[in-house]
Ligand binder design. Structure first.
Ligand code: AKG
Length: 275
């Protein structure tokens, strides 16, 4: 492990729910990752880098290699205070130039059949991007609010299209309706909410708790924005398959029973263990 977080970075991750790790991935590897993304985007099965190109390591040797050739899992372990790290899935997010497709404020937590406090993502930028051109923004400290906000495909204040959500995957709209707290336009209340965004260069990583509220704006810039999110599970992560959560790994894929600590090495490979 060559990239080690400082005590200050760890404390900030735990208090704010997010940190930027400049050059978490070296330039040559970031270039290799970008080429791997382009290879996937060119395949007939690609969903266009919308976030639905995901769970790559089981089928893609190159993405499997990134789990072992980067420091990302070790850094996640340090930030989460976890002895071990497992991969849940990885996910490609591409926004072409002049593409007005914001990801509205959301938490990842309600989307996933996973519970626990030691769960985080590293979003690795593979192109340069500014916050105005869709690099991520976060509501600082929101991972500690003890709130789960309703997942929504609409802007804050607008009604979600629950039918469209049910078509995205089974019961997703119904799951969303089961949550009563709704996302607000947090950016309009700087007196109450502390919003932080990060401009990024290729290889920079944003490490964030899966409960933190985050978003990306549309990309009005003339440049493409490409990132990959790796989703990490720490020691206390438990299997919690509720209908409507992301089916990318579902009950048929694992022998785990609801409430079990995630210990299934085949479906959730171990990618880091403290020595
Ligand atoms: O890249 C984006 O625009 C969204 C990424 C995101 O929400 C995530 O990685 O959880």
């Amino acid at each position: 492990m060559t990239r080690v977080l400082t005590d200050e970075e760890i404390a900030r991750f735990r208090a704010d729910g997010v940190i930027k790790i400049p050059r978490a991935v070296d330039p040559a590897t970031a270039e290799q990752m970008l080429a791997a993304v382009d290879r996937l985007l060119a395949s007939p099965a690609s969903r266009g880098g919308t976030g639905m190109d995901r769970h790559l390591h089981p089928h893609d040797e190159e993405f499997r290699s990134f789990l072992h050739t980067t420091d990302l899992p070790a850094v996640a372990a340090q930030a989460l205070g976890s002895q071990a790290i497992r991969i849940y899935f990885e996910q490609i997010f591409v926004k072409g130039p002049e593409v007005d497709r914001p990801f509205h404020w959301h938490q990842d937590h309600p989307y996933w059949p996973i519970r626990g406090a030691q769960v985080a993502s590293t979003w690795v930028a593979l192109t340069s991007s500014s916050v105005e051109a869709s690099a991520l923004e976060f509501v600082k400290g929101s991972h500690l609010w003890g709130k789960t906000f309703r997942p929504s495909n609409a802007a804050p204040g607008e009604m979600p299209d629950f039918d469209a959500m049910n078509q995205m995957w089974d019961n997703f709209g119904d799951l969303a309706l089961s949550y009563t707290d709704v996302i607000e336009p947090f950016e309009e209340r700087p007196d109450r909410f502390d919003i932080v965004g990060f401009d990024v260069e290729p290889g920079d990583a944003l490490l964030f708790d899966y409960r933190i509220v985050h978003r990306s704006r549309g990309n009005g810039s003339p440049n493409r924005r490409v990132a990959v999110s790796w989703r990490w599970l720490g020691d206390d992560a438990r299997w919690a398959p509720v209908p409507g959560t992301d089916p990318v790994i579902w009950t048929d894929d694992t022998w785990l029973q609801p409430g079990d600590l995630i210990t299934d090495d085949d479906t959730f490979p171990l990618v880091y263990k403290a020595v």
